[in-house]
Design a protein around this ligand. Structure first.
Ligand code: FES
Length: 122
């Protein structure tokens, strides 16, 4: 089971164990279930409100490699958090970018750090 550590300058860090079968859970769902106040609005990958930075903290694993949904690709590009080059490279390497949409990013079996609510994220 993965550990997810949520960190924000405005709130105390919180580490939670993602529930079994969590490979279907998004970061936002896990955050809400654990009362982590990640901002959100549409919950459907369209508004970009739930932007977070995701870092894999398991030294033995590569960078978070969860697949981006088509909506997530579009919004991250609009927010200038990825370029088309980044997306093209990602299609080849299967290595995801640092910035993700919490409502779209599925929790995988790896320990991650999720940064939310920082000025530079918005
Ligand atoms: S809440 Fe709108 S994109 Fe995630």
């Amino acid at each position: 089971m993965p550990n997810i550590t949520f960190t924000s300058p405005e709130h105390r860090d919180k580490t939670v164990y993602a529930p079994a079968g969590s490979h279907k859970e998004t970061i936002l769902k896990v955050a809400k279930a654990n009362r982590v106040p990640i901002e959100f609005s549409c919950e459907d990958g369209e508004c970009g409100t739930c932007l977070v930075k995701v870092t894999v903290i398991d030294a033995h694993k590569d960078k978070h490699a969860g697949h981006l949904t088509p909506k997530e690709r579009t919004v991250l590009k609009e927010l200038k958090k990825v370029t088309q080059d980044d997306l093209d490279r990602m299609d080849v390497t299967d290595i995801a970018p640092d910035y993700r949409l919490a409502c779209q990013c599925i929790v995988r079996d790896e320990d991650i750090l999720v940064e939310y609510g920082t000025g530079e994220l918005s």
